[in-house]
Design a protein around this ligand. Structure first.
Ligand code: FES
Ligand SMILES: [Fe+2]
Length: 360
């Protein structure tokens, strides 16, 4: 898994007064808001007896361990020791992770803190626009995040797996193209003069029952995908039609499981909460009852085997997913080689603050 990257650790609005714990890239992380409202992320494992700090409580600007009450600030430093003379013991420090709140999300950096550059967070400011209403959700997936990327970068599966999001025989009528940039793969799909899908019929506001549909998905390494899906009248400009842009942020939990944070926006009925709930529910149903079981089954069938070792057949629409897999593998390999050339830090336990007692 790629460490030096921004991942989504949660939705901003879901982190309130109660701290949370979440496993990201195999590391247990505690998320909390200090009294000033700023979000922070530190290691979940208390350095005293290894309790979960994310199960503790917020006291002013610190997170108090639920076991013996050490308090840690947003930099991971122990700021209060309720025992003995209150001196802060050596080693009472946990790792702090860079965290940025942007576009409704909590973006966390799991790699070397010095390398964390907030300008590298992809620009999803469209979700901050007043003309776009949006809603957010979460799905736990019992499979590698790479299988979810495969799923999203080839949307031809919608014609077979998602009746609500497609029309009969749609895959055969699609035009596809993909492009690759530095850390981005674009996968474009057009269906011209296509019947309106059940999902888009909720926001379709023209008399004719057909339109030009686009389903373009843009993957940014390692695992953030933006789906630009919209329909316009046949031959009409893209901007004129209903648009349901969705963001798909995949954060590996472990090698074999992933957090799937998703957000869907709309440029129609922005004040209509009933419409928003119906669109959200339709998409949620597709992800939870169609995509996730399929991806989990694929993972079970692969039984831990390497994707390429199984010599997958390649279809016309697989170019984008193949490019993304190769790019991700190269980024991970480069990062691991760079890490191997770094000396590992020595570790010691300092017992100098424990008084010696003689035992009679
Ligand atoms: S385990 Fe956290 S203070 Fe003891
Ligand atoms: Fe899907």
């Amino acid at each position: 898994m790629l460490k030096n990257a921004w991942y989504v650790a949660g939705w901003s609005e879901w982190l309130g007064d109660t701290p949370q714990r979440i496993t990201l890239l195999g590391e247990a992380v505690a998320l909390f808001r200090s009294a000033d409202g700023a979000a922070a992320a530190i290691s979940d494992i208390c350095p005293h007896r290894f309790a979960s700090l994310g199960r503790g409580r917020i006291v002013e600007d610190t997170l108090q361990c639920p076991y013996h009450g050490l308090r840690f600030d947003r930099n991971g430093r122990c700021a209060h020791n309720p025992h003995g003379d209150g001196a802060i013991p050596p080693g009472a420090q946990v790792r702090a992770y860079p965290l940025v709140e942007r576009h409704h999300a909590l973006w966390i950096w799991m790699g070397a803190p010095d390398a964390a550059d907030p300008s590298a967070i992809p620009d999803y400011s469209l979700y901050d626009r007043s003309d776009i209403a949006s809603s957010r959700d979460y799905l736990h997936v019992g499979a590698s995040y790479e299988l979810i990327i495969d799923n999203l970068l080839d949307l031809s599966h919608a014609a077979f797996l998602h009746p609500f999001l497609s029309t009969d025989g749609m895959a055969a009528r699609s035009r596809c193209k993909f492009e690759q940039e530095d850390r981005v793969v674009h996968s474009y799909m057009w269906n011209d003069d296509e019947p309106i899908t059940p999902l888009f019929s909720m926001v379709w506001d023209r008399p004719e029952p057909r339109g030009d549909m686009r389903s373009h998905i843009h993957w940014t390494a390692p695992s953030t995908l933006f789906l630009d899906v919209g329909v316009t009248g046949v031959g009409a400009p893209v901007e004129a039609g209903p648009w349901l842009p969705s963001l798909h942020c995949l954060t590996p939990e472990t090698e074999h499981s992933a957090h799937y944070f998703w957000m869907v926006g709309r440029n129609r009925g922005q004040e209509d909460s009933t419409l928003g709930a119906a669109i959200h529910a339709g998409i949620k149903l597709a992800f939870e009852t169609e995509d996730e079981p399929m991806i989990r089954q694929v993972a079970a069938n692969m039984a831990g085997r390497d994707f390429w070792s199984m010599r997958p057949a390649i279809l016309a629409g697989d170019g984008a997913a193949v490019r993304a897999r190769r790019m991700l593998a190269r980024l991970i390999r480069d990062e691991q080689q760079a890490a191997l050339s770094q000396p590992s830090p020595a570790s010691t336990v300092d017992l100098s603050n424990i008084e010696e007692h003689s035992i009679p």
